[in-house]
Write a new protein. Structure first.
Length: 279
């Protein structure tokens, strides 16, 4: 004989129904409150992922420059960086360049592979801009004769100083084989990104990337591309006007950073959500 649901069961069913109606970002926010925070940096948070060997990467709206001496909150910046970086990593799947990206989870979150970050910032330059102009007296906008790769020690307390491969080996930050792999991938990523942005009339000036060691069976640690690729760590200029579309708009008080990041996303045919403040 059929029996009516109990009041307690009905409350559970109604709660589940309304939970399903909540948008994805609200659900992720609810879930994030119950996740373990592993690390918080200037622009991102890392939470323990749902499976062993995974991490959830959360993009904040914080804008920083000059080693966080200049800072602000720009509503929607984290959303834009997440969508642009996700799009670029998805495009990288067309290549054989290994990376940590698995999938985009929400407007601000990505599921990525857990890696041990190698404490080296890899800076690839095609056109003179930023610190290299100050250090070497080069004129901003001057094309470099060859693609230039520089390495910096990833240490905010020291101001991320430039180091050589010899420094890296002496300090045991990475071995010779890892540095060969990093250098090779950096050149290939440069070629790929140059083509990707040129298709939408954007000139790639320079960019900063990071790599990490992926744990695997047998003790071998594969080096893969990690972190993010977004206008926060790329210099991107309009191909016709040389208008700056990247974080230099914040560094140099040009204004319009959100508008420029949105322009990049639109050129890349990325469908964006409403840009809301962090919950």
């Amino acid at each position: 004989m059929w029996k009516p649901f109990s009041k307690g069961f009905l409350r559970v069913e109604l709660a589940y129904f309304f939970f399903k109606k909540i948008n994805l970002n609200s659900r992720c926010s609810f879930m994030r409150e119950n996740m373990k925070l592993l690390y918080e940096g200037k622009a991102k948070k890392l939470f323990a992922g749902p499976d062993t060997g995974t991490v959830i990467q959360y993009f904040k709206d914080n804008a920083t420059a000059f080693n966080a001496q200049k800072k602000d909150i720009l509503v929607g910046k984290g959303i834009l960086n997440n969508y642009i970086s996700s799009s670029i990593f998805k495009a990288l799947n067309q290549t054989d360049i290994p990376h940590h990206f698995i999938r985009q989870l929400s407007d601000r979150e990505q599921l990525v592979k857990e890696v041990q970050i190698i404490p080296i910032e890899v800076i690839v330059r095609k056109v003179a801009a930023g610190s290299i102009c100050r250090r070497l007296g080069l004129k901003e906008g001057e094309p470099l004769a060859n693609t230039l790769i520089e390495f910096c020690l990833k240490d905010d307390s020291l101001g991320d100083p430039i180091i050589s491969r010899e420094h890296i080996e002496v300090m045991k930050l990475a071995d010779e084989f890892e540095m060969d792999a990093i250098t090779s991938m950096a050149y290939r990523i440069t070629d790929f990104m140059t083509g990707l942005f040129s298709m939408v009339q954007i000139k790639l000036i320079d960019f900063k990337i990071e790599f990490g060691r992926l744990n695997s069976i047998g003790g071998f640690h594969e080096v893969i591309l990690a972190d993010e690729i977004s206008p926060d760590n790329c210099r991107l200029w309009d191909m016709k006007t040389n208008e700056k579309l990247d974080k230099d708009r914040f560094r140099q008080d040009l204004g319009g950073l959100i508008e420029s990041y949105t322009d990049i996303a639109n050129r890349m045919s990325i469908k964006l959500p409403e840009l809301k403040a962090e919950i």
